[in-house]
Design a protein around this ligand. Structure first.
Ligand SMILES: [Zn+2]
Length: 172
């Protein structure tokens, strides 16, 4: 069954939406990460999925916008840079986004590098939340990583980094 925009949104696949003037920019995970640009005044859209626009991803971005899940960015910086800045200022939201990306990345990451970067980002944000319960989510994803890259020294190092964050969070 093909997904529609509302479903993608409710499954949490919309990573972020940025509004700049009359335009919306978005990033939606649907197997791959796809990027959208929607002109609110003219109604035209473009998406990096094979359909190229007027697709379920654009619908999902519009659904997020209607529900108020978007950041207003006025500056000249790129939409993704602005989204990341906003997400980092709300660690719970940022962590949710990074974990979604990490989950998707683990399915296709051949070198382990990009996943490792996302683990480090997740740990950083986890410490900012101050909530020890978030570590379990990171550990669950790390188990998958450790199975895929069992002989990497990196895997050992990431494991120690996770332990360190855990101890810091437990101390409060
Ligand atoms: Zn699309």
């Amino acid at each position: 069954m093909p997904m529609d925009g509302g479903l993608l949104y409710s499954l949490g696949r919309v990573l972020w939406v940025v509004k700049k003037g009359d335009r919306l920019f978005g990033k939606v995970l649907d197997g791959y990460p796809y990027f959208q640009e929607v002109d609110l005044s003219g109604g035209s859209s473009i998406c990096t999925c094979p359909k190229g626009g007027d697709c379920e991803h654009v619908e999902a971005v519009l659904e997020a916008f209607r529900r108020g899940f978007y950041f207003e960015c006025a500056g000249i910086e790129a939409p993704e840079a602005c989204a990341i800045e906003m997400l980092e200022s709300v660690p719970e939201l940022g962590l949710r986004t990074v974990l979604l990306e990490l989950k998707a990345k683990l399915e296709s990451d051949e070198s382990g590098s990009e996943s490792a970067r996302l683990f480090l980002e997740a740990l950083e944000l986890a410490e900012k939340t101050g909530d020890p319960s978030v570590i379990a989510k990171i550990e669950a994803l790390f188990e998958e990583y450790a199975l895929t890259f069992p002989d990497y020294q990196l895997t050992e190092r990431l494991k120690s980094r996770i332990e360190l964050t855990k101890r810091r969070l437990m101390k409060g």
